[in-house]
Design a protein around this ligand. Structure first.
Ligand SMILES: [Zn+2]
Length: 306
C-alpha cells in the first residue's frame, strides 16, 4: 500500500485512443441521486431532513430509461449507494435495460469531506449495495461534484483496492464549485501504472477558458445549437470521446420546490427542466453514444466483465 500511495503523485499523462476517428463513440452517463441531494441545496436542506422528503428518483430515472430505449442508446448510470439501499429494484431495472451500473459513492459526500479510510469504506459499501441490487460487477466510480483534486490523488489506490477499474471524477477546468484546470482533457492513467484510468469530463477551450461541454446544468440552460457547438468544438480540439452527464431530477418539472435556497441555486436547478427531455432526444440522435465500460474497452482495450 505504501508504494501505491507514494506513486499517487499528480503527474498525469493523457492517453490518446489508438483507433481511427470513425470508430469513436461518445459516452452518455447519468448520476442517479435524489433532487434534494444536490450541492445547490446543501445549505437549505440538511442530511437529517432527507428521509422526510418526497422521493422522486424512481419516476425520474424511468423517464430517462424510456428516452434511452426510444433512441436505442446504452448508457452508464453512476448510482448512489443511498438509492440502491432504498430502491434496489430501480438499480435492477437499469441493469435489465442493458445499461452499465457504476458507483457515485454512498451519500454524495465530496472527497475532501472524507479522509482516505472513510472514503474506502464509503466506496466498498456503495459498490456492494449496487452489485447486490444489479447483479453486475461494478467497475466505475464518479466522485460527487467532480471533487477529485491534487489533494485527494492518493484515493486512487483505494479505488483499485476496492475493485474499480476506472474513475470519471475530474473536471479539467474551473467552475465556481469544482475543477482541476491542470488535468488532461483525454482519459489518462493517474498512477505510475495502468491499473486505473481516469476519464475526465469534456470541456471546450477558448484560450485559457474552459467551458463545460459535457451536459449538466450548462446543457440544460443553453440553447441546443450552442450546446452542440461546444461539444463539436471539444471533439475537434481533442479527437476524443465526449463524456456527457445528466441527473434524473433534470427531467422533472413537477418536483417539490426549495423556496429558501439562494436565487442562483434555484435558477440553476429549476430552469428549463420542461425542455430537457426534448433537448436530450436531439443530442442522443445526433451522434453515437455508448456505455463508459464499452467505450474504454473499444478505444483503450480495457477489459471489464459485463
Ligand atoms: Zn452527483
Amino acid at each position: 500500500m505504501k508504494n501505491a500511495v507514494e506513486a499517487a503523485q499528480f503527474n498525469p499523462v493523457a492517453k490518446q485512443a489508438s483507433i481511427g476517428i470513425d470508430e469513436i463513440q461518445h459516452v452518455f452517463s447519468v448520476d442517479v441521486e435524489e433532487w434534494f441531494q444536490v450541492g445547490a441545496f446543501e445549505n437549505s436542506l440538511s442530511r437529517s431532513d432527507w428521509s422526510d422528503l418526497e422521493s422522486r428518483v424512481v419516476i425520474q430515472t424511468e423517464k430517462i430509461l424510456s428516452l434511452l430505449e426510444r433512441t436505442n442508446v446504452k448508457a452508464t448510470f453512476f448510482c448512489l449507494g443511498w438509492v440502491a439501499e432504498r430502491e434496489p429494484e430501480l438499480i435492477k431495472k437499469i441493469s435489465d435495460h442493458g445499461h452499465e451500473v457504476a458507483c457515485h459513492g454512498m451519500d454524495h459526500r465530496r472527497l475532501y469531506q472524507m479522509d482516505a479510510d472513510t472514503f474506502y469504506q464509503d466506496i466498498l459499501h456503495s459498490k456492494a449495495l449496487l452489485e447486490k441490487a444489479s447483479g453486475q460487477t461494478v467497475y466505475g466510480y464518479r466522485a460527487p461534484s467532480f471533487s477529485m483534486s491534487e489533494n485527494t490523488w492518493d484515493y486512487y489506490p483505494r479505488m483499485i483496492e476496492a475493485g474499480f477499474k476506472y474513475s470519471s471524477s475530474v473536471f479539467p477546468g474551473k467552475t465556481d464549485h469544482y475543477g482541476m484546470p491542470s488535468a488532461p482533457r483525454l482519459p489518462f492513467y493517474p498512477l505510475s501504472d495502468e491499473s486505473i484510468i481516469e476519464v475526465p469530463m469534456t470541456v471546450s477551450r477558448f484560450g485559457s477558458l474552459s467551458l463545460p461541454a459535457s451536459g449538466g446544468g450548462y446543457f440544460r440552460l443553453l440553447p441546443s445549437f450552442l450546446s452542440k457547438a461546444l461539444m463539436t468544438r471539444a471533439f475537434t480540439q481533442t479527437n476524443g470521446s465526449t463524456i456527457f452527464y445528466m441527473h434524473p431530477w433534470e427531467v422533472d418539472p413537477e418536483q417539490p420546490r426549495v423556496t429558501d435556497a439562494p436565487f442562483l441555486s434555484k435558477f440553476r436547478h429549476y430552469s428549463r427542466q420542461n425542455v430537457m427531455e426534448e433537448k436530450l432526444e436531439v443530442i442522443l440522435k445526433s451522434q453515437p453514444f455508448t456505455r463508459m465500460d464499452h467505450m474504454l474497452n473499444a478505444q483503450y482495450r480495457i477489459e471489464m466483465g459485463n
